[in-house]
Structures are given as C-alpha cells and as structure tokens.
Design a protein around this ligand. Structure first.
Ligand SMILES: [Zn+2]
Length: 481
C-alpha cells in the first residue's frame, strides 16, 4: 500500500526532508526519458529548473529489498552544460548533493522477480509488458514536477491516470504516485468513474463486466465516504510475470492507480467472486489511506478496516454470505491466538514487514469487528464502523493539514465512549480481548468443536439481538450467478 520505509531508512528520510525544506518553495522541473527494451529501462533525466538538494533512490519497499542495489547501473551525473563529471554506484544510504548537477543517466534491470509481492509493488518489464512505478524507478523527486517521455517497442501502448500531454509524454505532479502500464496487448474499457485496463486473454470474466463492477463499487464507496476528487481512477488487472498457482493475487493502490496482478480461478463464478473481492479491498484504499492526509505507520487501520469493510460491502452486495463473514472472523481469531500476545496492534503494525504481516491483517480486522459491534450496541443499530471510517475520511481529507495518523485516528475512536475499551485492550494494549459481551449483544457466540472455535449466531436470539444480527447482514444471502 502506501510507501513503507524500512527502519534503516528512517533517519535517512528525515535528512531528506530537511534538505527538501529549502527547495520546496521553488517550482522545479525535470525532463526524463524512459526507454524500455528487453526488460531494461534506460533512463535519462535533465533538470530544467533547480534540482532537489539531494538525489537518492529507494532500495526497500514493503518486503522487497535490493531495488537500487540489485537493479541499477552506476549513475552518470552531468553538469549544467551537459558534460559528464561523475560516475557513481550509489548505495542505499547515499544522498548525492546536486549543487552542480544538470542531469543524470543510468539503466535499471527490470527482469521480473519470482516473488508475487514484487509483481504488484515494484517496477518490472517482460518481453510483452511493463509495470513502471516511478517511486522505485526514478530518484526520489518529491516536490518536483516531471515531464516523462516513454520509448517502447513497436506495437506497445502506454496507459496511466497521469496527464498525457502528447502521445507517450506525460506530466507527473507527484512522482511518488506515478504508475504506468505498458504493453503489447493493453485493452482499455472506459467506464463511469474508472478506466479499466486488462492484460491477458482467457479471463473468465468479460472486460465490460469487470469495468462495470469497479464503477459500481466506486459508486457505493462514494456514497459512504464521499466522492473522489478528481473522480476518475484507473484499475489495471493483469497476469503475474512469473506464473503463480491458481487463486494467487497481489495488488497495489497508489494515488488513483490500482494494480491487480492475479492468476484466474478455475470456474467463472469463482473468478467473478475473486475479482469482486480484489476490487472491494483495493478500491476502499482509494479513500483509506488514499484520501487521508495522515503520516506515520498505521497499516493496522487501513488494512484491518479495509478487510472488514470489504466483507461488509460484500454482504451488502450479496457477493458473500453472512456465514462467510463469520468464518473469516473466526479464522482471524485463530491466527491471532496462535501467537503469544506480547505486542500491541500498533507495535505489530510497525513490524509488518519483518514477520508481522498476517497478524496485522488478522488483529486489525478483529479490531474493526469489535469496533462495529461496540458502535452498533451503543447506538441500538444506528451507527456502525462505517460511520467511524467516514468521520475520519471527512476530517482528514485535503484541505485538512497533514497530521500524525495514529494520534488522529485514536482520538476519533476515544471520542466515542463505547470504543475506549477496544482501543485500550485491542489496539494500544496487548491484553487478550474478550469478545463475549459484544458478541452476545449482537446475538453471536463462540462455539467450540475440538480445538477450533467458530463464531455463530445464538440459537434463539432476542428481539434486540435479532435487530443487530440483521444490521450485520444475517438476512443477506448470496445470489449464485
Ligand atoms: Zn490492502
């Protein structure tokens, strides 16, 4: 999801921020040519205004490392007259002062990696297509407007949410969010609110069907969390560059670009359900964290609540059954209780990429569920977790000033008395959380069979319990298509 800097980068990033402080106010421009040929990107840049004070490259992103050290050639630096004056192989901690720099050139080896994660979250190029994410492909250029010209093999096309000023030439305001899809067989479906790009034949769903599904979900989320501005998003769905087993998928939502890399499912109805699941989760990220002007690590919130909200949206749209929701939550409880509980969700969240990933998702989703139950109980079914998320989006979308995510989000939780215990025990604390009261209020209970525990509706719910069960979606049923 949003940019994750490995711990060793923190000090380094602070240094860069200080450097940028002096240069932010000045409009800067850089003109960059990216030529893609046989899996190699040949990159040349020329500053047309003052360069940023320092140049450095991302080496890690999420669970990936070596983005600089394993892929980039030495960097050639040119002076303002265009004469070569230095050639340097950069290390992940290097920041090159740019006092005399007029331009740079280097190549990046974008041969696809084996890891499914890499296929959606970092640049790669195969013989037939390329995913280019400027954040890992270019030097860090925050505050610099970039004009990017692409050169690619005959027969390829390029698509992006960025502003295409002439064929193959784009102006990118924020290179951190710039994502480009290139290839031989790009199919584009323009639908309301979304441009849908498909690569790969033999999907079991039709192109139009996929685009209509994305439009309809954007509409639904727009009603809950406010219309996106600017309205249009881009969703690209394609195959893994290194084939993965059936059912695997990986996705990245960055700015207004949603990249889904997926194997198809064996049957059409599964394929459609899988696509809906991918879109429900990723399109939610356009608002959370996409719309939020919040800083710091808060993966526990935007991932855990994305999972939970996406299940609720699935039930509301009759895509999944109430039973599926309860089984998923039971599974999350099992994952969470398998580990000794020594860390709070907030701490787990900051260790997401060093082994905590599954637990952040599992406990984050349980926190969203507890929040939902507590809000439904306190309001007699009138308010739910969706209202809390909507309040956070309303308060922290631009023009709201940037603020610390965890402070802002937890303040919003704590302003509702019914959520204080959820925060203290399940989010900032590391105690085991007892769900039984909250479950009982909503007509649910934990049943044990052997070592496994499942959340199920109680046998004879009272009137009040029935009302809350209904709010949770117990009366929605899947339409088998
Ligand atoms: Zn996510």
């Amino acid at each position: 999801m949003s940019k994750i800097l490995a711990p060793k980068f923190h000090v380094f990033a602070a240094l860069v921020l200080i450097l940028q402080f002096f240069t932010f106010a000045r409009a800067q421009d850089v003109e960059i040519t990216i030529k893609i040929e046989r899996g190699i990107a040949d990159i040349k840049g020329k500053f047309t205004g003052d360069p940023p004070a320092g140049i450095w490259f991302l080496d890690t992103y999420g669970e990936l490392s070596g983005l600089l050290s394993e892929r980039m050639s030495p960097i050639y630096f040119y002076d303002k007259q265009g004469f070569l004056f230095a050639r340097k192989r950069l290390t992940p901690t290097d920041i090159v002062k740019t006092t005399n720099v007029g331009g740079f050139a280097y190549t990046a080896d974008l041969k696809p990696r084996e890891s499914p994660f890499a296929a959606a979250h970092a640049s790669w190029a195969s013989e037939t297509e390329a995913l280019l994410m400027l954040d890992d492909l270019l030097p860090q250029l925050k505050g610099t407007k970039a004009k990017i010209t692409f050169e690619f093999p005959a027969g390829w096309t390029v698509a992006s949410v960025e502003n295409e000023v002439s064929p193959g030439v784009f102006v990118v305001e924020n290179t951190e969010e710039g994502v480009f899809y290139l290839g031989k067989h790009l199919r584009v479906v323009n639908s309301e609110r979304v441009k849908f790009i498909l690569i790969g034949d033999n999907w079991l769903f039709a192109d139009d069907e996929a685009a209509a599904m994305a439009s309809s979900l954007l509409n639904d989320y727009g009603k809950l969390f406010g219309t996106l501005k600017p309205a249009n998003a881009l969703v690209k769905i394609g195959r893994f560059p290194v084939p993965q087993p059936v059912g695997n998928w990986e996705a990245d939502t960055r700015g207004k670009s949603v990249t889904i890399v997926s194997s198809d499912m064996p049957f059409k109805n599964q394929s459609i359900q899988r696509l809906h699941e991918q879109l429900r989760h990723e399109l939610f990220h356009l608002w959370v964290p996409g719309r939020l002007n919040l800083s710091g690590r808060y993966d526990w919130f935007y991932e855990g609540f994305a999972l939970y909200q996406s299940l609720k949206t699935g039930i509301a749209g009759n895509q999944i059954r109430f039973e599926d929701l309860l089984n998923t939550l039971s599974g999350a409880r099992a994952i969470d209780s398998r580990n000794e509980r020594t860390m709070s969700l907030l701490d787990l969240s900051s260790e997401r990429w060093t082994g905590g990933n599954t637990r952040v998702y599992a406990r984050g989703m349980l926190a969203a569920f507890a929040t939902d139950l507590a809000m439904l109980r306190a309001s007699n079914g009138k308010r739910s977790v969706t209202d809390l998320i909507a309040a956070i989006v309303r308060k922290h979308s631009p023009p709201a000033a940037e603020t610390d995510a965890n402070t802002a989000i937890l303040a919003e939780f704590r302003s509702r008395p019914e959520l204080v215990a959820v925060v203290d025990k399940l989010i900032t604390g590391s105690e085991r959380f007892d769900f039984s009261d909250l479950l009982n209020a909503a007509g649910l209970e934990i049943t044990k069979a052997g070592t496994s525990e499942t959340i199920k509706p109680v046998a004879k719910p009272s009137g009040k319990q029935k009302d809350l069960l209904k709010k949770l979606g117990s009366e929605n049923w899947r339409n088998i298509r």
